[in-house]
Write a protein that binds this ligand. Structure first.
Ligand SMILES: Cc1cc2nc3c(=O)[nH]c(=O)nc-3n(C[C@H](O)[C@H](O)[C@H](O)COP(=O)(O)O)c2cc1C
Length: 435
């Protein structure tokens, strides 16, 4: 059976599923429940200086009948006294020596403040410290969180201050609210980070109440942009983890963002993560979801022949290439499985108006049946994505020419990327149809 245990920056954990810093990781009571359910690690809700939270802290985005595909929050960091948190953390580590326990921290950008918090946390026996450079609301106004994560120089400087006194690994948690995540990642490693975690939440406004004209969530009439999380942000997290993983910075990555199942976790690991963290998934479904994550991931690893997490970490990241290296000669067209078609005509309408006019309706037995016009189909894949019956798939067709990428085509046909005459000649030679 697959071995799910990991070594993350020198910290051992029985599995890669960790509770992320947030509402589920606020107390010892929750930590006990999480570890009893089987979570391999826990990142304690961010410790900071005294503060007050507002009510109406969360907003949700619903799509169709699915509730909360994304949530946004304007919650700050832990509002419990620091001594209380530290006492519970000490007790937690004593009770659960085999689990990974990191403590998230965020204090004003002063060397002494960082020295103090790092020393206080490591005295508890915690395995590591997560430096929160990602919180997008409230804290940046006080010069913390994303205000640090968005400036690589600050990331490096503050990490190096923490490193001056740290005896345990420092994991830097990055904000996705940047143009190029690699820059703060690189800076954090330069400053002494032993690991990176990403993503924290994404800047967002959840909506506007059309009766009151207030943004959501509203705090007695006023709102503030918050951080977006949950399944809706998974693609952003996957992208950012893969981008940093491909830089080979020499430190492990903890993948975060929209993880609710073992499949989500496997995708993060395939793109370069070693561990994963879950916040919204637990806020919605509770700690027990880890059971399905453990059994599902083990089963899949057994099926695939992966003995341990490191056997597949990063495998999919290697399949990411610049656009110029993609095979332009690869051709797919849509194919309808009529045994499952419900004749809703959504594929026809979408293709006819919004896309490439490659689906027609033909009358059969008194009803309008969609038919793919292969010669017109550009292989965009939209019909297959929207079909409610999931009866459209893409199938490969031979173009009659060997594989070639755009970079190779440009190299072999000088001027093709700037001169339409050259492009037209190439298209003619290759029987290339366009819309
Ligand atoms: C309500 C809420 C509070 C959060 N508080 C913190 C926090 O105190 N510190 C922190 O580093 N991240 C915090 N986060 C961010 C999460 O740890 C995580 O990075 C983010 O929500 C994406 O993961 P998810 O989609 O699993 O929620 C919070 C997220 C939510 C939704």
């Amino acid at each position: 059976m697959a071995d799910l245990s990991i070594d993350f920056a020198g910290v051992k954990a029985p599995n890669p599923f960790w509770v992320s810093s947030g509402p589920p990781s606020n107390t010892l009571y929750q930590l006990n429940r999480a570890f009893e359910a089987g979570w391999g690690g826990f990142v304690w809700k961010t410790l900071s200086d005294p503060l007050l939270n507002v009510t109406n802290r969360y907003g949700g985005i619903h799509y169709g009948r699915t509730r909360a595909i994304g949530i946004n929050n304007i919650e700050l960091v832990s509002d419990r006294p620091r001594e209380e948190n530290l006492r519970e953390i000490r007790e937690a580590k004593r009770r659960w020596p085999d689990r990974a326990l990191f403590v998230s921290a965020m204090v004003p950008s002063k060397r002494e403040a960082w020295h103090r918090i790092v020393e206080e946390i490591q005295e508890t026996g915690a395995d590591g410290i997560e430096l929160n450079f990602g919180c997008p609301h409230g804290m940046p106004e006080r010069g913390m969180g994303a205000a640090v994560g968005q400036v690589p120089e600050y990331c490096e400087m503050i990490t190096s201050w923490a490193k001056e006194v740290a005896k345990v690994p420092l994991m830097v948690k990055l904000t996705p609210n940047v143009t190029n995540i690699v820059e703060p990642a690189r800076a954090a490693v330069k400053g002494g980070a032993s690991a990176l975690s990403m993503i924290n939440t994404v800047y967002s406004i959840m909506g506007v109440d059309l009766d009151t004209l207030e943004i959501q969530p509203s705090v007695r009439g006023k709102g503030t942009p918050g951080g977006y999380a949950g399944p809706a942000v998974k693609p952003i997290g996957l992208y950012m983890v893969s981008k940093v993983a491909r830089e080979n910075l020499g430190v492990p990555i903890s993948g975060i963002g929209g993880i609710e199942s073992w499949r989500d976790a496997a995708e993060y690991i395939l793109l370069g993560a070693t561990s994963v963290q879950v916040c919204t998934g637990i806020m919605k479904y509770g700690f027990q979801i880890v059971k399905g994550m453990i059994s599902g991931l083990s089963r899949w690893m057994d099926e695939k022949g992966f003995a341990r997490i490191s056997d597949f970490s990063g495998l999919a990241a290697r399949k990411i290439a610049p656009f110029g290296e993609l095979d332009i000669m690869y051709r797919t067209v849509a194919e309808i499985d009529y045994s499952r078609c419900i004749y809703c005509r959504r594929c026809y309408t979408a293709c006819e108006d919004g896309l490439h006019q490659a689906i027609e309706l033909v009358q059969k037995n008194g009803r309008a049946v969609p038919r793919i016009k292969e010669e017109e189909c550009v292989g965009c894949r939209m019909c297959s994505l929207i079909c409610p019956a999931q009866c459209i798939r893409m199938v490969e067709r031979d173009r009659g020419f060997p594989s070639q990428s755009w970079s190779e085509i440009v190299a072999a046909n000088p001027g093709i990327d700037s001169d339409w005459k050259v492009m037209r000649r190439w298209r003619k030679e290759h029987n290339w149809r366009t819309k």
